[in-house]
Ligand binder design. Structure first.
Ligand code: PEP
Length: 257
């Protein structure tokens, strides 16, 4: 983390878990376990139907609500889709785009991720843009090349003023939901590389200000070491964000200075 230049973000990805009726008790337990002062932005990304309940319940603890996906289209005959303006209208502050599960199960490619990020920025919702390599790519020593391509593609056409509202999440696919975490050194190396890619496009100042998160089996035990890395500005957390005590422990781990 480097709080001097950028914000620390701890974002939970609930995926297709929980019910709207479970949000209030979750927030009560979270509140009971949170430190009194927090120096990070807290976000919980829920299925779209649960965002209004999260907006309401999150107010007291200052937990922002986020979506997990958005349509790249503005409006119209796209049955089942949710638009960026609809997300903004119900109070979503953030929205994940390009999560590896969307890429894997819904065939999302980098161009679509780029269009979704642009659609969100247009409506004032901050995209959390996910990138990350597969195990095969890591073993073939293609990690940085592949991740650099994903970052460049996702940010194509996004100007420096919009970049300030983007969050990047480095999530090695092999670490998501597997219990296998990247070592702090592996995660730092790629996050540093992502910042270098952003620097090559936008220059030093914008690159220094972008929050880059690590995601992939982050938990109460490993959070501190990961968050101590200079280019890791927070976490995108799946499994551990479903448990208020664990999520609170990760938030506590951001207070290390
Ligand atoms: C995720 O889904 O973005 C994620 C990082 O999941 P987990 O923390 O469960 O690995």
């Amino acid at each position: 983390m480097n709080r001097k230049y950028r914000k620390t973000v701890i974002a939970g990805n609930w995926k297709m878990n929980m019910l709207a009726s479970e949000i209030k008790p979750f927030m009560e337990e979270l509140k009971a376990n949170l430190p009194k002062t927090r120096s990070c932005e807290m976000v919980l990304c829920t299925p779209a139907v649960m965002i209004p309940a999260m907006v309401k319940a999150g107010k007291e603890c200052k937990v922002a609500a986020g979506g997990q996906d958005v349509s790249s289209f503005e409006q119209g005959a796209y049955t089942g889709e949710v638009s960026a303006s609809q997300l903004a209208d119900i109070g979503a502050k953030y929205c994940i785009v390009g999560h590896s599960e969307r890429r894997q199960y819904h065939g999302e490619d980098d161009m679509l991720v780029n269009a979704k990020a642009a659609a969100l920025l247009e409506k004032g919702v901050m995209p959390i843009i996910c990138v990350g390599e597969s195990l095969e790519q890591r073993e073939m020593d293609l990690t940085m090349e592949y991740v650099a391509y994903q970052v460049k593609a996702a940010l194509s056409g996004i100007d420096a003023s919009q970049l300030r509202r983007c969050v990047i999440a480095y999530e090695p696919i092999w670490a998501i939901g597997t219990g296998k975490t990247a070592t702090a050194q592996q995660a730092q190396e790629v996050c540093e590389g992502i910042r270098a890619v952003i620097r090559s496009i936008y220059g030093a100042r914008p690159a220094r200000a972008v929050s880059i998160l690590y995601g992939g089996s982050m938990n109460a035990k490993n959070a501190q070491e990961l968050l101590a890395q200079p280019d890791i500005d927070g976490g995108l957390i799946g499994g551990a964000s479903l448990k208020p005590v664990d999520f609170a422990a990760i938030i506590k781990a951001t207070d290390q200075d």
